[in-house]
Design a protein around this ligand. Structure first.
Ligand SMILES: Cc1ncc(COP(=O)(O)O)c(C=O)c1O
Length: 344
């Protein structure tokens, strides 16, 4: 069966052209700092983000956890939205690896305001955890691929600077935000102290993420990357895939966004499914199943029998993610499967 795999944009496979770039990559020992392709990638991304330095790491989780460890000390507190990936889906990393507590903001669709940060601040005395870091996730995964308005990030940057908080952007899907909002990456990244971005999601590389920030921050992150087991040797083969992704797979994200909008409009028109297509800003579509169609798990099971794969993300919630390995024809097939289940 020709599967329509909408579980995540992490399922993309390297194309023959990307594999060629991998095969031809010049390499060296990156732990010793002499892999030329990694150095080229790091310099390119640092320039693109207008940051002094960048560090290639194996995954988005490692980029976030290294950033958290580098920006904090045990006993510090991190302010973030309640849906934040680095808290919910990184195996308790902030507690286990950095010894930090979290203060949560229930922002609508993962987006919060400077006043919410102010409300989380701890008094600076010895009884309290020390507020040290703020994380914004752009786009926000559990918020349905929502894009942070630039002014919101700017407001948060102001309070972070006043309160001496490190502002980190988990930009796993930053390029989706930039393409959809027609912004340059640096419009966002110049407002934050550090930023992570994944090559292994919509950009289509098999492995790899990057963390950028000031020189001292990246030097500290480098030490924690080693400590967490993320020092890699002839990893130019992966950096080459990331460079290929930056050269070829950024602008095309607009196509994934169009597919997500198509899917969202079809879902919104069906009885038993709930979704506002205006909430779908990028490549993530989250919708609710009414009880008469069963649980989200059952609904996803019936879609799977029809060759359409997605994840239940709650008892009544389902998430579909579009990406470069899903064609327009496959989106039409997914919509057909929805129609059969809702009208059948
Ligand atoms: C917003 C966000 N941050 C970080 C990550 C972690 O990336 P990785 O799976 O490479 O660890 C993900 C993965 O889906 C994500 O959605």
């Amino acid at each position: 069966m020709n599967i329509v795999d909408l579980r995540s944009d992490t399922v993309t496979r390297p194309s023959p052209e990307m594999r060629r770039a991998i095969a031809e990559a010049e390499v060296g020992d990156d732990v010793l700092g002499d892999d030329p392709t990694v150095l080229r990638l790091q310099e390119r991304v640092a320039a693109m983000f207008e940051k002094p330095a960048a560090l290639f790491v194996p995954s988005g989780s490692m980029a976030n956890q290294v950033a958290i460890r580098a920006a904090t000390e045990p006993g510090d507190e991190i302010i973030c939205d309640v849906t934040t990936h680095s808290y919910n889906y990184e195996a308790g990393g902030p507690a286990a690896l950095a010894g930090c507590s979290m203060a949560f903001i229930p922002g609508p669709r993962g987006i919060f305001a400077a006043a919410d940060v102010a409300a989380c601040l701890r008094p600076r005395n010895s009884h309290f955890p020390q507020s040290k870091m703020v994380i914004v996730e752009n786009t926000n995964n559990r918020g349905g691929g929502s894009i942070w308005p630039l002014e919101r990030v700017a407001d948060i940057q102001k309070i972070a600077a006043e309160q001496r908080l490190h502002l980190h952007m988990d930009g796993a899907r930053l390029m989706n935000a930039c393409v959809a909002a027609r912004r340059k990456p640096s419009d966002y990244t110049r407002l934050v102290d550090s930023v992570s971005m994944c090559f292994s999601k919509g950009l289509g590389a098999p492995i790899g993420s990057i963390l950028a920030g000031s020189k001292p921050f990246v030097e500290r992150a480098h030490r924690f990357r080693k400590m967490f087991g993320g020092g890699m040797r002839q990893v130019g083969i992966l950096a080459a895939a990331a460079i290929y992704a930056l050269d070829h797979n950024v602008e095309r994200l607009a196509e994934d966004h169009r597919h997500a909008q198509q899917l969202a409009e079809a879902i919104a028109a069906l009885p038993g499914l709930r979704l506002d297509p205006r909430d779908v800003e990028t490549n993530i579509v989250i919708f609710e199943i009414e009880p008469r169609l069963g649980t989200a798990e059952q609904f996803v099971g019936r879609l799977r029998e029809r060759g359409v794969w997605m994840f239940a993300t709650g008892p009544t919630k389902v998430r579909a993610v579009t990406h470069l390995d899903v064609s327009g024809e496959q989106i039409s097939r997914a919509i057909e499967a929805f129609r059969e289940l809702c009208h059948g």
